[in-house]
Design a protein around this ligand. Sequence first.
Ligand SMILES: N[C@@H](CCC(=O)N[C@@H](CS)C(=O)NCC(=O)O)C(=O)O
Length: 213
Amino acid sequence: MTLKIYGTAASRAARPLWVAQELGLEYEHMALPYLGGATRTPEFLALNPNGRIPVLDDDGIIVWESMACALYLAERFKGEGRPLLAAANFSEQADILRWSFWAVTECEKEALAFLMHGVLMPPERRKPELAALAQRRLLAPLRVLEQHLQSRPYLAGGRFTVADVCVASVLAWVESAGELMAACPCVEEWLRRCLARPAFQAVRVMAGSSKRD
Ligand SMILES: N[C@@H](CCC(=O)N[C@@H](CS)C(=O)NCC(=O)O)C(=O)O
């Protein structure tokens, strides 16, 4: 097996793992945690000098940055009877790129603040006001997505693509943000459909079992 995906599924490695599952790829999952020093070893830093997961090793081609990993896999493994997650033309490519970059530049920071202070941290360490602020700050970008989804089922090409993986994997962090979802019903419905896909559910199971390890 020549494709390796580094990073526990309970991390941004969920993004390339989701694509790999959608495409039915064979890969080796090196489920490194991001805490505890595993990403600071000389071997790991030789793969990603940033010391972060995820990383892909495709037979010696190294990719880091989770969105780059997802986009790379979609393009690299298109064809051969697999579902087409990559662009079929330049118009789709424009949509895939702009929405994927939009998710990390316009939404990820606030979505992470909501995840930490609304869901993940032990209740005594959470600051509910930061979770509330994150929801308020996400309203403007999510209204842009809401408008886009009012007239189409998916972000690009009228079908599920890697753009949906990139954006839904960020917005999965605000899945339980009630106020935000209520204000953007098309986003909520699209997100529910994306996250219900068997490939994403498989990654959630992997993430759940890594937390129990
Ligand atoms: N922009 C990077 C962020 C990667 C990142 O922050 N990964 C976290 C896990 S989700 C990590 O490795 N943290 C460990 C650290 O920063 O030391 C990406 O999207 O890949």
